[in-house]
Design a protein around this ligand. Sequence first.
Ligand SMILES: Cc1cc2nc3c(=O)[nH]c(=O)nc-3n(C[C@H](O)[C@H](O)[C@H](O)COP(=O)(O)O)c2cc1C
Length: 202
Amino acid sequence: MSSAHASPSALDVLLSRASTDHLSAPAPDKAQIARILSAGLRAPDHGKIRPWRYIVIKGKHRAEFAEQVIKAMISADPKVPEKKIAKRRQRFSEMPMTIALVMALDPESKIPLQEQELSVGAGVMNVLNALHMEGFGGFWVSSDFAGQPCFREALGLSDSQRLAGFLFVGTPDKPVHGSKRPDIEDYMGFYKGEPVKFGADQ
Ligand SMILES: Cc1cc2nc3c(=O)[nH]c(=O)nc-3n(C[C@H](O)[C@H](O)[C@H](O)COP(=O)(O)O)c2cc1C
């Protein structure tokens, strides 16, 4: 923590973020989640594509949503183990809130799709940080089954929309410390007229 500040600086808070899926109620209320997701819309956005869409799943709709997840998992792999189904059913119906992270891409744009996808990712990171700043926790998970037509239809995704995963959201059960982070010295270098070598790659 910077000695110039009695309370943690914004950077101190960013440096203390870590993921957790040990989450309980309460989830953010309607006004809180709207403000938190507004941080996602602060992501850099080349060409003003506005590729971010957030589908919030909460309350009684969690169980219905979990069933759509199971349907899609079975559609993707009819032999999916029962244990995996049970775990996903439990997580999607019991997490206080799930946010489906939709990438609304414009394939006709001169802005490369990779940049549009990166903008969605940058938005998700802002949302994770905003959750942390407001005392909530979040965990980004993959959506390997989300390409299934039944699931795309259930969510109302158009042909150019894809999922970047889901965020599980709620209040951390206990203080989150997260894993030890690597040393920044191994991940940064100064260009001095020669190719840069990183400690992380040695
Ligand atoms: C796009 C994306 C998808 C992820 N999917 C999963 C997942 O399906 N399951 C999982 O355990 N972690 C997944 N993770 C990793 C966790 O969200 C988290 O980052 C990881 O547990 C490390 O925690 P940290 O954020 O505190 O470093 C994913 C991360 C990203 C960026």
